[in-house]
Design a protein around this ligand. Structure first.
Ligand code: MN
Length: 423
C-alpha cells in the first residue's frame, strides 16, 4: 500500500499536523455554545462535529451513534462498519467533494476550532491492562532492579507479561498529576516509612481500545484479534518508583501506578495506521501455537518524550523511540489476555508497556534515561539536571507516523507534576 493516498481535504491541513485527512481520529468533545458531550473527528486544527453531520443525514448511519456521550454506540457497529464509516468521512471531507465543501452554513455548524473544544475520555473505560512488551525496557528494569546476568525472567519470551491496572484514575491529557504519598523502604532502611514519592516517573506507552465484547469462556483466536481492535491512543503510565520497588514482589505493581494514567483524547484507527505497518521482530524461541500467526505486524510510529521544568520556557526532547520496538503485537496481547476464557468488553483499554529502543536515547522512562539515578539528565535551556520528576515538571508525549507529505499522529499527552498534598 502506498503511503501517499493522494487525498487532500478542502480544509487546509499543515504538512506537519498529526491530523491529516488520512488520520481522522475520533474523540468526544463539547463547546461553550453546546455543552452536550458528542463525538467528533479531528482534522488539522478543527474538530468535525459528527453529531451535527449525522443529524443532517450525511454520515449514512442507520441509527444515531455519534450524539454522545461517548464512542461505545459507534463501537457496537463492529469493525466492518468502522472501516466503512472512515472511508465515507474521508470522501465527505475530500477536496473534490462539493457536498460539504460548498455548503457554508453546514460547514459553519460542524467545524469547531480545537482551541474552542473541551475534550473528554473517548469512552468509559471498563478494565485497564498494562503489558510489558518492550524487551529493551524489560531488560533494563531487570538489570537495575534484579539480576544483571539474567535480566529477563524465564517466562518473558513465552508470553506477553502484564498486570491488571486501574481504570478509575485514567485521565485525559492536560490533567495535573498530584505527587503521591506511599509506603517506601530504601535499601539501607530497616523498616518502611510513609512519605511523598521521591522517584516520580513517566512511562511512554501506546494503548489499544477494545471495540467489541467477547464471550466469557471463549478465548479470542489470534487470527480474529484485529476485529476487536478499535484503535490506539498515546498513554503515560505515571509511576512512583520508590513505592514500586518496595511493593512489587510477588504480584507486580499496585498503588505505585494506580494514582494516575494520562491518555490522549483521540483514538486513531488501525486503518489509518495500516500504511505504516512493518514486519514485527522474529520471535525466538517461537511462542506456543495460540500466539503464532501470519499477521506479524508492528507500526513505524515515532514516539517522543519532552520535558519542561518550572524554570524552562520551552519543552526539550529527552527521548525518541518507536512503536515498532515492541516484541509482542497487539494481536498477541489480546489472544493471551483471553486465553483462559477471560472476556473483554467495549471500552477496555490495554497498554503496551514502556516502549524503549536499544539506544539509550530511545529509553521510555526516566528510570532508564538516568539509569536509576546514576546518569542525571542535563537540560540544555537552564542547565538543570534530573534523575526523576520534580514538582512543576511537565511531561509531553508525542507520536506520529510520517507519510509522504502528511502525518498520522496520536495527539499529545501532557501532565504537570503538582506538589504532594499536605497531610
Ligand atoms: Mn507501564
Amino acid at each position: 500500500m502506498t503511503k501517499d493516498l493522494g487525498k487532500r481535504s478542502f480544509l487546509s491541513v499543515a504538512a506537519d499536523s498529526s491530523f491529516s485527512l488520512q488520520n481522522l481520529p475520533l474523540g468526544v468533545f463539547s463547546t461553550r455554545a453546546n455543552s452536550t458531550r458528542r463525538v467528533g473527528a479531528r482534522l488539522g486544527d478543527f474538530v468535525i462535529d459528527l453529531a451535527f453531520l449525522e443529524a443532517r443525514g450525511l454520515l449514512g448511519t442507520a441509527h444515531p451513534v455519534f450524539q454522545g456521550p461517548d464512542l461505545t454506540a459507534f463501537m457496537a457497529l463492529g469493525h466492518l462498519a468502522w472501516a466503512a464509516f472512515r472511508a465515507r468521512l474521508m470522501m465527505l471531507l475530500g477536496a473534490e467533494n462539493p457536498v460539504l465543501r460548498d455548503d457554508s452554513a453546514a460547514l459553519a455548524s460542524c467545524l469547531v476550532a480545537v482551541s474552542e473544544a473541551t475534550l473528554y475520555l473517548p469512552a468509559p473505560i471498563g478494565d485497564y491492562t498494562d503489558f510489558y512488551s518492550s524487551m529493551e525496557h524489560a531488560r533494563n528494569v531487570g538489570i537495575m532492579f534484579r539480576d544483571k546476568e539474567n535480566p529477563l525472567l524465564p517466562n518473558w519470551k513465552h508470553l506477553p507479561v502484564g498486570y491488571h491496572g486501574r481504570s478509575s484514575s485514567i485521565v485525559p491529557s492536560g490533567t495535573p498529576i498530584l505527587r503521591p504519598h506511599g509506603q517506601v523502604k530504601g535499601g539501607e532502611e530497616a523498616t518502611p516509612s510513609f512519605r511523598p514519592c521521591a522517584q516520580l516517573d513517566f512511562e511512554l506507552e501506546v494503548a489499544f481500545w477494545v471495540g467489541k465484547d467477547s464471550e466469557l469462556g471463549l478465548p479470542i483466536p489470534l487470527s480474529q484479534a484485529s476485529e476487536y481492535l478499535f484503535g490506539v491512543t498515546l498513554l503515560n503510565d505515571w509511576s512512583a518508583r520508590d513505592i514500586q520497588r518496595w511493593e512489587y514482589v510477588p504480584l507486580g505493581p499496585f498503588v505505585s501506578k494506580s494514582f494516575a494514567t494520562s491518555i490522549s483524547p483521540w483514538i486513531v484507527s488501525l486503518e489509518a495506521l495500516a500504511p505504516f505497518a512493518v514486519e514485527a521482530v522474529v520471535q525466538d524461541p517461537e511462542p506456543l501455537a495460540y500466539l503464532r500467526g501470519t499477521r506479524r505486524v508492528q507500526y513505524d510510529m515515532q514516539l517522543e518524550v519532552l520535558l519542561k521544568t518550572g524554570r524552562m520556557q520551552r519543552f526539550e526532547r529527552i527521548s525518541l523511540s518507536n512503536f515498532r520496538n515492541l516484541y509482542w503485537t497487539m494481536d498477541q496481547q489480546l489472544a493471551h489476555h483471553t486465553v483462559t476464557g477471560c472476556n473483554v468488553r467495549r471500552g477496555d483499554l490495554m497498554a503496551s508497556g514502556t516502549i524503549s529502543g536499544a539506544d539509550p536515547s530511545s529509553y521510555g522512562s526516566m528510570l532508564e534515561l538516568a539509569w536509576a539515578g546514576t546518569k542525571p539528565l542535563r537540560l540544555q535551556e537552564t542547565g538543570e539536571s534530573r534523575i526523576f520528576l520534580e514538582d512543576g515538571d511537565e511531561i509531553l508525549l508525542r507520536a506520529w507516523c510520517q507519510g509522504d507529505g502528511y502525518r498520522v499522529g496520536l495527539g499529545d499527552v501532557t501532565g504537570v507534576v503538582l506538589p504532594a498534598r499536605k497531610i
